[in-house]
Design a protein around this ligand. Structure first.
Ligand code: FAD
Length: 289
């Protein structure tokens, strides 16, 4: 196996063009598990940890450009208030060791339906910036997941960054695992409120072949809040509305039975997580007045 360690982004992109089958490695918390279990044996590993740009984030107008190689620990420590939904999700990933190594770029590269960054990125309407020697493009995260553990990257492309708008309202994230730490999610849910445009963002994890949004449920909640004048009054969220929202989120999922949980349990828990996160986010919205 060849091990390439390009020191610059330009050289990393050139290497991916020369060796389209090369497997990029960032934190290695997915790649090394695969190698150790002999699930794959790539001819070329492309180590991205020497490329400085990937580990940087910056404020660009009203958005954060998050380098693909920024770790969960740094998101928690440095971006907790600017990317609250993603920071909440990051706190639930693995253990301190995994959060010190693991990156959002790696979560997107693996594109597991159970990856914890995905519901937060979906709810926040993020975009994935990908690059090759041919140029750079931005893919709405809703279009990035194209199948079970498959993403929209071309063979010569690498993920350079993730663009996430600064929050205009509260964000929440909830995850069920088989224990409190070091647990791949059984089911997860991300939610974002956009009060200035009377909208709701959602993200479902681990309850469909890919991470996905619950578009109809989000519209229902946003419109119901509008019709009842709640965006303006900031009165309490009716419990019946939160429960109906949860039911509609459940309707957007298509889970399977697997070792971590049954489809029925996932549907049930998803409805509860959606109703709860809506309640928590609404309480934050009321408090912010
Ligand atoms: C003990 C343990 C616990 C875990 N717990 C969780 C958890 O709770 N929640 C969770 O979501 N995940 C969990 N994971 C999985 C893993 O930590 C995450 O998916 C993490 O985000 C992977 O990031 P990484 O930088 O380590 O990726 P890597 O392993 O380096 O790479 C992962 C994939 O992304 C590709 N890739 C990496 N960077 C790029 C790039 N810039 N461009 C293109 N492709 C790229 C790689 O080729 C590979 O396919 C756990 C893993 C372990 C070992």
């Amino acid at each position: 196996m060849d091990f390439l360690q390009p020191p610059t982004w330009a050289q990393a992109l050139a290497a991916k063009t020369e060796y389209p089958g090369a497997v990029p490695i960032a934190g290695g918390t997915d790649v090394m598990v695969g190698l150790n279990f002999d699930r794959h044996r790539p001819e070329v590993l492309l180590d991205l940890t020497r490329v400085p740009e990937l580990t940087q984030w910056s404020l660009e107008g009203q958005a954060i450009r998050l380098g693909a190689g920024v770790t969960y620990t740094r998101i928690i420590n440095e971006l907790g208030s600017r990317l609250p939904g993603l920071a909440m999700a990051s706190r639930t990933v693995g253990s301190p060791q995994i959060r010190n190594r693991g990156t959002v770029g790696g979560n997107l590269g693996t594109a597991s339906p159970a990856g914890d960054a995905h519901p937060a990125l979906l709810a926040a309407e993020a975009e994935v910036e990908v690059a090759s020697v041919r140029g750079t493009r931005r893919i709405p995260v809703t279009e990035f997941y194209v199948g079970v553990k498959r993403n929209a990257l071309e063979a010569d492309e690498l993920i350079s960054a993730i663009w996430i708008g600064l929050p205009s309202g509260p964000q929440q994230f909830s995850k069920i695992g088989t224990r409190n730490a070091m647990a791949i999610s059984v089911c997860s849910f991300g939610l974002a409120l956009y009060p200035e445009r009377r909208a709701v963002g959602t993200g479902i994890g681990s309850a469909a072949p890919t991470p996905r949004i619950a578009a109809e449920a989000a519209r229902f909640l946003a419109d119901s809040l509008d019709e009842a004048g709640l965006w303006e009054s900031r009165a309490e969220l009716p419990r019946s509305l939160a429960i109906e929202f949860g039911e509609r989120v459940k309707g957007a999922a298509s889970p399977i039975d697997d070792v971590r949980g049954t489809a029925a349990y996932r549907l049930h828990s998803l409805a509860i997580m959606a109703a709860r996160t809506a309640g928590w986010a609404w309480t934050d919205y009321r408090k912010a007045a």
